[in-house]
Design a protein around this ligand. Sequence first.
Ligand SMILES: C[S@@+](CC[C@H](N)C(=O)[O-])C[C@H]1O[C@@H](n2cnc3c(N)ncnc32)[C@H](O)[C@@H]1O
Length: 225
Amino acid sequence: MRTRSLWEHTLTFFPQFLATLRERITPDATVTVVGASDGKFVLPLAAAGYHVIAVERDAVALHGGSVRLPGDSQAHAQGLIDRLRLEGLHNRVQVVEDDFLTCEPSRLECEAIWTSCSWHYSANHHRPLAEFVDRMQRLVRPGGVFGAEFMLPVEGRHLTIEHYTSPERLRQYFLGDWEVLLTLRTNEFSERPHVGQLHHHTHRMGLLMATRMSPFAEHIQEENA
Ligand SMILES: C[S@@+](CC[C@H](N)C(=O)[O-])C[C@H]1O[C@@H](n2cnc3c(N)ncnc32)[C@H](O)[C@@H]1O
């Protein structure tokens, strides 16, 4: 890529998600990215051939603008829309500038959905985590894939906010027609400063990937039972 995301260096389980997409959905399927930011994941998905729906509420992340960087410097950042145009990928991506919790869901339906460290943002704390997860799940067509990486609590204040969660607590939302494919969690790790976190800081991260079983798959399971 000729352009770079401001989040390029943050830890991610995205390669596991991409490998799962290659196994389970068709190469031209639609993938929705919730909290798309400046496109760290949107661009590789589009470059891989997927049609991408990118949902983001932050205007600077989408259109570019002035951002504070580590070292107390201010810089102009490219937004997702400029990056897509510069990389020649804009025809494969539909950008939805909206709050995921309130936007019209029918235009976000997909074969796979991905979010990276978005639901712990304070703007989402007024609604239960279950609602965020449920909205994501409903968009995934049968046979499709759900992937989320998320923050686990590290500070005392996080323990009072359910949006800092764990793979174990998330599992309760994946009963019925959902099958959990993979959960992962890190120990505490320190990360160097980046946009949004201007000093060295500590995280713990988790991953949950699941598939929405298709009625056909359930039928086969019943027959084999
Ligand atoms: C930590 S950043 C993303 C960093 C990540 N590494 C990446 O590039 O995808 C999370 C993004 O989610 C967005 N976000 C959080 N809650 C949202 C919501 N309810 N609707 C839309 N975007 C949301 C934030 O504005 C932010 O840009």
